[in-house]
Structure formats: structure tokens, C-alpha cells
Ligand binder design. Structure first.
Ligand code: URQ
Ligand code: ZN
Ligand code: ZN
Length: 502
């Protein structure tokens, strides 16, 4: 790993979300210190030639679950292998999730996740907090997490009945608290009751394979919960972020709500943008089971294109993550006779940027600036990391990727850097890949080689009341309050109601 503290990236095209320009970038001590031509640099500066390449802000993966203990086992990509793989794919920051068991302290869970992650992470990271139960102590701990621990996002599950799931009244209470403390509410939007009934029905019909996982929770089960969450969040005047939007139906609900002025953001993930749920019907069980996640990938094979079409446009969908939560086939085999026992989760952290470049930019659906917006900048703005992250500008962290838009690679578990033993994008040819990844001014990936050390990444605290998220909320708080009608009191006759005979 080079100890170089000055780097000059020369001759490249710097691409931010709002414009691109042929210019140079000078990095000193982990920070971008100048962007321009003919820059004065210190003696001994390392010069990296970026001719014919793009210089992008490092990717931000909004949704990972490294080494999550879930459904009886632990996700095989941990904070070390998962963040090395992130670098290899051009991602320089992940946002992972603290998920306390029902009834357990959120603060204690936060400390456990920090103790696990800090010594292992290679890239910078931050933590969302899941709220899996509700009472006054949870309410107080949310406030403490925002004030003292730099958490500004809380995820509530509407699925995983009896495990993580919250009921509507609890959702309303948590959303109200999120708005009070300036956090954004995130939801896993599926109707957990319908999933439980659907699973019972499938098993009673003798359907135990991965196809039952999708059939027990079809896309309207996701769309219904998405709409319900949007309605409850709007009632609480709370900003909402719908994680892993996996279907056309749910995407339409988010897009429609945004056009109706709701403060809601939709997050499609690499899996839903790059592949589909027809894989659940594959005759080879070991192939089909690899795609099991919740909400499921959809058997409507036009879904990836539909979701991708909503990214370039008017921000119907705003930001991309991966929900990287990997279980090798032998772990998935815990559910070989019963799909409800298959640990849910797929890969994505290494391949997200290339999959979106291939399906979004190379296909001509979005331009390079929009690519930066949906893979990095919008995430930074929503989670209040901008412009420290998500931009190439003086003073921003030197998290960059030198991107070769014409280079190609074929995605395969044989060559990926992740620990999981299969890849849902196996065999996919992608244009667009990182040549050099730079994290806080250090070259951490170059020409296929990683230069990382576990623990070199930092936890990044985030402040509440992100302007990008709260500007409209705050204004509605001021002007949108309902008010009573002034009228003379009623003086007419009132019917008398005879007291009930006991
Ligand atoms: O639901 C989630 O986001 C976690 C538990 C990962 N697993 C999944 O299938 N999405
Ligand atoms: Zn989820
Ligand atoms: Zn997740």
C-alpha cells in the first residue's frame, strides 16, 4: 500500500452529477485540494495518467449487510471482504445496517456493530439503525443515536412477521420521532401478514422450492406496503426512503407519490436492475436458491429495464444500493426442503457500478452525470454526507474512481473478490470498470490489484436535518398546519338519548 500523500490525476474527464470537464485533480493528505489545469504540485507527487478515462466520485452503496446474523447463520461477506470487493467495483463507501433483535437496546447494538466493523472495514462506512420494536426507551435511544452517534436514518421492517416487523401504529410513532429528530425513515415495504399466509398456502400445496418464495409474496404485496408506508409517513410529515424497490408495481407507487409532492425516495438495487425472478424457476436448485432475497426479484423479465428507465428521468427513483447480504449455497441449503428457511440475501457490492453502467449508460438510457448522481451524489445528499462525499471538488474527501467506460469484463464468481461462492450476475458482460480506486487519497485498487489493510476505513457520522431532505418538510411544518373554522356556536335543538337500560 503506497504511503503517497500527494497525487495528481492528469488528463482525465472529471464527471460530477451536474457537469463534466477535461481537467486535473490534485490530492493532498486524503482531501481534494485543487481541481483545474496547470496545477502547482509538491515535489514527489505521484502523477496518474487518466487520458481517455473518466474521473468519478467514488460510489456510495446505500444498503449493505456485511456479516449479518440472519435466519440461523451469518452472511459470508464480512466488513473486510465486503469492503475490499467494494473497492474493486469502484465503490468507496458503504452504509450498513445495525439490526437489534426485538426488545434489545439500539445503543448496545450500535456499539456491537462498531466493535465488529471498525477493525475490519477497508472503506469508509456509516450505519443506518433498524427499529424492530417500539416503546419509550426506543424513542429516547433514537434521539441519543442522532445526537451522539451520527445516525440520521432508521429502517423499519413491514415484513419478517414476529422477527423485525412493526405494525402501522408503531410505524406512525417511529416516523413521528424521526421527523422530530431530523432523521429519514426507511422501510422494507412488504405486507408481512400476507407473506405469512402466502407461505403457509405454498407449503400446503407442496411447493417448497425458491419459486414458492416469490409466489408467496407477489409484487402487489410489496406495492401495498409501499403505498401504506408513504401514507403513514405523509400523515407524520416525515421524509421516507423506500429501500430495495424490487418491482414495477412498487416503483410506480413511489413515482406517483413523488409526483403528488410526497417527500419519498426510492432505492432500486443492483440485483433488481441487473437480473430477475425467472431464476427461481430454474431446474437446478442450487442456481435458483442463489437469487432468494426479500422482496423477491420479479418473474416479469421486463422489470430490470423498467426500473432502470425510472433512474435517468425526473428522479422517480433516486439512488442505488445493493442490499449485499451474501450466503453461500451451503448456507442457503438450510432451506433445501422449505423455502421459508432459506437465508435471504444476494451479492452486489462489487458489481453495482458496472451493472448500472452497462444497463444504464452503455445502453444509452442515462448519461455519465446521471450515473454519478444515482451511484454516489444523491446518496450523499440524502444521508447528509455531501459534499464531503459524492463530489469531486476542493475540500471533498479524495474518494474517486478512474473509470474506463469502454473496458469490458465478464462478471463471475471465479474472479470476483467477494467471499460468497456464486454470483447472481454470473456471465454478464459489462462495459465500464474501475482502473484505479482511490480512498481518502490512497490508491486502494489499481489494474486488478488491491492495496488495502483491514481497519483503514473510518466510521463517518452524519448530522440530522439534511437540507436536501428536510427543506420541504420544514416548510410544510410552518405553513401546512390544518386550522379550525371560526363559526357561531350551534343553538338549535339536540336530540336526547335515553340512558341505556343495564
Ligand atoms: O431485508 C433485508 O434487507 C435484509 C434482511 C437482507 N435480506 C434480504 O433479503 N433483503
Ligand atoms: Zn429489507
Ligand atoms: Zn437490506
Amino acid at each position: 500500500m503506497t504511503t503517497q500523500s500527494q497525487i495528481l490525476i492528469k488528463g482525465g474527464k472529471v464527471v460530477n452529477e451536474d457537469f463534466s470537464e477535461m481537467t486535473d485533480v490534485y490530492i493532498e493528505d486524503g482531501v481534494i485540494s485543487a481541481v483545474g489545469s496547470d496545477l502547482q504540485v509538491a515535489a514527489g507527487t505521484r502523477v496518474i495518467d487518466a487520458t481517455d478515462r473518466l474521473v468519478l466520485p467514488g460510489g456510495i452503496d446505500t444498503h449493505t449487510h456485511m456479516e449479518l446474523s440472519f435466519m440461523g447463520t451469518t452472511a459470508v461477506d464480512d466488513f473486510h471482504t465486503g469492503t475490499k470487493a467494494a473497492f474493486a467495483g469502484g465503490t468507496t463507501m458503504i452504509l450498513d445496517f445495525v439490526i437489534p433483535q426485538k426488545g434489545c437496546s439500539l445503543l448496545e447494538a450500535y456499539e456491537q456493530w462498531r466493535t465488529t466493523a471498525d477493525p475490519k472495514v477497508c472503506c469508509d462506512y456509516s450505519l443506518h439503525m433498524a427499529v424492530t420494536w417500539w416503546d419509550d426507551t426506543v424513542k429516547k435511544e433514537m434521539e441519543t443515536l442522532v445526537r451522539d452517534k451520527g445516525v440520521n436514518s432508521f429502517k423499519m421492517f413491514m415484513a419478517y412477521k414476529d422477527v423485525f416487523m412493526l405494525r402501522d401504529n408503531e410505524l406512525y410513532a417511529v416516523f413521528a420521532q424521526c421527523k422530530e429528530i431530523g432523521a429519514i425513515a426507511q422501510v422494507h415495504a412488504e405486507n408481512g401478514d400476507l407473506i405469512a399466509e402466502g407461505a403457509k398456502r405454498m407449503l400446503s400445496l407442496g411447493i417448497t422450492g425458491p419459486e414458492g418464495h416469490e409466489m408467496c409474496r407477489p409484487e402487489e404485496v410489496e406495492a401495498e406496503a409501499t403505498q401504506r408506508a408513504i401514507t403513514i409517513a405523509h400523515a407524520a410529515n416525515c421524509p421516507l426512503y423506500v429501500v430495495h424497490v424490487m418491482s414495477k408495481s412498487a416503483a410506480k407507487v413511489v413515482a406517483n407519490a413523488r409526483r403528488n409532492g410526497r417527500v419519498v425516495f426510492g432505492e432500486p438495487i443492483a440485483a433488481g436492475l441487473g437480473t430477475d425472478g425467472t431464476n427461481y424457476w430454474h431446474k437446478d436448485w442450487a442456481h435458483a436458491v442463489g437469487f432468494v432475497m426479500g422482496p423477491p426479484l420479479r418473474p416479469d423479465s421486463s422489470t430490470p429495464r423498467y426500473l432502470m428507465d425510472l433512474l435517468p428521468s425526473t428522479d422517480d427513483l433516486s439512488v442505488t444500493g445493493t442490499d449485499n447480504c451474501t450466503f453461500s449455497v451451503c448456507q442457503k441449503a438450510l432451506g433445501k426442503d422449505d423455502f421459508t428457511k432459506i437465508p435471504n440475501g444476494v451479492n452486489g457490492v462489487e458489481d453495482r457500478m458496472s451493472v448500472i453502467w452497462e444497463k444504464g449508460v452503455h445502453s444509452g438510457k442515462m448519461d455519465e452525470n446521471r450515473f454519478v448522481a444515482v451511484t454516489s451524489t444523491n446518496a450523499a445528499k440524502i444521508f447528509n454526507l455531501y459534499p464531503q462525499k459524492g463530489r469531486i471538488a476542493k475540500g471533498s474527501d479524495a474518494d474517486l474512481v478512474i473509470w474506463d467506460p469502454e473496458a469490458t469484463r465478464v462478471i463471475s464468481a471465479k474472479t470476483h473478490h467477494q467471499a460468497v461462492d456464486y454470483n447472481i450476475f454470473e456471465g454478464m458482460l459489462c462495459h465500464g470498470l474501475p482502473v484505479v480506486t482511490i480512498s481518502r487519497g490512497k490508491v486502494v485498487y489499481e489494474n486488478g490489484q488491491l492495496f488495502t489493510k483491514p481497519g483503514m476505513g473510518r466510521y463517518i457520522p452524519r448530522k440530522p436535518f439534511s437540507e436536501f431532505v428536510y427543506n420541504r418538510i420544514n416548510q410544510r411544518e410552518k405553513v401546512g398546519k390544518p386550522c379550525a373554522v371560526c363559526r357561531e356556536p350551534y343553538t338549535g335543538e339536540i336530540i336526547s338519548i335515553a340512558p341505556k337500560r343495564s
